[in-house]
Design a protein around this ligand. Structure first.
Ligand SMILES: *[C@@H]1O[C@H](CO)[C@@H](O)[C@H](O)[C@H]1NC(C)=O
Ligand SMILES: *[C@@H]1O[C@H](CO)[C@@H](O)[C@H](O)[C@H]1NC(C)=O
Ligand SMILES: *[C@@H]1O[C@H](CO)[C@@H](O)[C@H](O)[C@H]1NC(C)=O
Ligand SMILES: *[C@@H]1O[C@H](CO)[C@@H](O)[C@H](O)[C@H]1NC(C)=O
Length: 521
């Protein structure tokens, strides 16, 4: 999903002369515009209410929780999947359902945990100000409890609960599921470097989250993270090759990005130089695609890794051995290229946008890239502000941290209603939001208990969902900025837990105007 690289034109004498003229005329026009009071940045009339958006988003995690619910706040949810894992004498009842269905897909679920950890580590103070830090940590632990149990021995990781074909041939509430819930594992003969490394990243980042408040739990997570990284590294292979069935839903297009991402998180969690050596040395050369912007997603962690490692060059450059310096610089330069691609006025701005400026890359779940990109942009902006770095150079132009934050807000505001449909894509926010979210639990009245096939009448019903999937961030608009609010429209109207983790990251960064990031430890 790399962006197209740009080639620069050559230039010659008359062109330079023309350029000079253009600059003079341009400067004149700029002075005039300034004099008559037009603001260079056409900002939105108002910023949306990011604290409300954050609180709503956090509720969607409660809706997705599997297992025996503790302090259940969702009236139409109850216990479900209590026997998940029992055939292997494991308790895999916790964790979160992936989306509108009831699969537990380990690859995106681990990514959800890593992103949620990152959001808590950077913006836990902001979350705390609006009463969302505890809920965030509880939701994170709901996933990491599951991941701990899914890793019963060093080189075995359960990566899926449920059979997607059986699951998708039913339309029922999770509380009423009766179909078999088979388990899928990766191991030494059928390795899964991508999924094991992502799970290592989730556990390493979560170990930092719980370090102060629950050191025993934090150590347990770190032990699993180290083992999983070793398993991922030693037994190489994509889980998509070992278990080809996973390709239909969460196909992994490579594992180099997850290895770098996991090692980066392990470095933060341990300060062990060997992990930094791993990412800045040969493995960086092999996998980091230095210089090339990519889209951050459940499949591709490169842009996230570049931003996370930039954190070190912004804040820790003096503590780090010079031998890592040039590798770290390469990550930072690539993070800058990502940022320059996102800024709409940059000479290297990506063309992957709607007319109104929403980053738009894929028809399925189109909001994932703009929300992920905006989260990375606020992080980078805040790293710049905290380290008193005032300028970001994009070819011949330079930009400020405020420009990055304005970009991030533009994406957040679009999601929340500043768009041609005049609707919020976050369920529960504003007065117009999707009513037909593709979500089984939300679509079936809690008093009805249809089993499997009987439930399809609720999918087909023309009535809005009886239960609000509060905080769901749906897939989102087409490139032409339209949206069809229909329950069978899973391309646009289905939410996912990983979208919500990215949204939590973005909204928590925007809750306050102060932009200083906190230290991880
Ligand atoms: C290893 O994983 C593969 C793929 O999931 C599975 O078919 C196989 O049975 C597993 N091996 C053992 C010893 O369980
Ligand atoms: C999964 O990804 C691999 C590697 O990029 C690719 O070769 C394969 O065709 C993909 N499978 C599907 C079903 O898209
Ligand atoms: C918008 O795009 C979608 C998907 O490409 C298409 O089905 C729809 O007809 C378009 N709507 C308009 C109003 O152009
Ligand atoms: C989905 O529902 C809409 C309206 O309810 C209908 O027009 C459309 O044909 C359905 N599409 C599919 C793929 O079932």
């Amino acid at each position: 999903m790399a962006e197209k690289s740009r080639s620069r034109g050559s230039c010659c004498g008359w062109f330079l002369a023309f350029l000079l003229l253009a600059i003079v005329v341009g400067a004149g026009v700029y002075m005039l515009v300034k004099k008559f009071g037009h603001h260079h940045h056409h900002k939105n009339a108002k910023d949306e209410d990011y604290a409300s958006a954050l609180k709503l988003s956090m509720q969607f995690f409660d809706i997705q929780k599997s297992g025996r619910l503790v302090d259940n706040k969702i009236s139409w949810r109850g216990n479900s999947a209590l026997k998940d894992g029992s055939q292997a004498k494991l308790d895999l009842s916790k964790g979160m359902y992936d989306a509108g269905d009831h699969m537990k897909f380990g690859f995106p679920m681990a990514f959800t945990a890593t992103v949620l950890s990152w959001a808590i580590l950077e913006y836990g103070n902001n979350m705390d100000k609006v009463g969302q830090l505890q809920p965030a940590k509880e939701s994170l632990k709901w996933i990491t409890d599951y991941l701990i149990n899914a890793h019963p021995s060093e080189n075995v990781l359960y990566v899926q609960v449920g059979d997607p074909d059986a699951d998708h041939s039913c339309w029922e509430r999770p509380e009423d599921m009766t179909e078999a819930r088979p388990l899928t594992q990766v191991n030494t003969s059928s390795p899964g470097t991508d999924v094991a490394a992502e799970t290592a990243a989730a556990m390493a980042s979560a170990s930092l989250v719980f370090k102060k408040t629950d050191s025993t739990y934090s150590s347990t997570l770190l032990k699993h993270a180290k083992e999983l990284f070793n398993f991922a590294e030693k037994y190489r292979g994509s889980y998509s090759k070992s278990v080809p069935e996973v390709q239909t839903y969460y196909n992994s297009t490579g594992y180099g990005d997850e290895l770098l991402w996991a090692a980066s998180w392990l470095y933060h969690a341990t300060n062990d130089d060997s992990y930094l050596q791993y990412v800045t040395g040969q493995k960086g050369e092999d996998y980091a695609q230095w210089g090339t912007p990519t889209w951050f997603s459940w499949d591709n962690k490169l842009a996230g890794t570049q931003v996370l490692l930039s954190r070190l060059s912004f804040f820790k450059a003096n503590d780090i051995s010079d031998s890592h310096g040039s590798g770290l610089q390469s990550y930072r330069k690539t993070a800058e290229a990502v940022m320059c691609g996102l800024l709409p006025d940059s000479p290297t701005a990506t063309k992957s946008r709607t007319d109104k400026g929403l980053i738009w890359v894929s028809e399925w779940n189109s909001l994932q890239q703009p929300v992920a990109s905006a989260f990375l942009a606020t992080l980078y902006s805040d790293y710049m502000i905290t380290s008193k770095t005032h300028k970001l150079n994009c070819d011949s132009d330079s930009f400020t941290p405020e420009d990055l934050r304005d970009f991030a807000k533009s994406q957040a505001n679009y999601v929340l209603g500043d768009n041609p449909m005049h609707m919020s894509y976050l369920v529960g926010y504003g007065d117009k939001f999707p009513q037909f979210v593709h979500h089984r639990g939300a679509s079936i009245p809690a008093a009805e208990k249809p089993s499997c096939k009987d439930g399809f009448k609720w999918l087909e019903s023309s009535d809005p969902n009886p239960n609000e999937a509060t905080g769901a961030l749906v897939g989102g608009p087409f490139l032409n900025e339209t949206f069809i609010d229909s329950r069978n429209n899973s391309m646009q109207a289905e939410p996912s837990a990983y979208n919500t983790a990215l949204a939590v990251g973005l909204f928590s960064s925007l809750v306050t105007t102060s932009s200083a990031v906190q230290s991880f430890t």
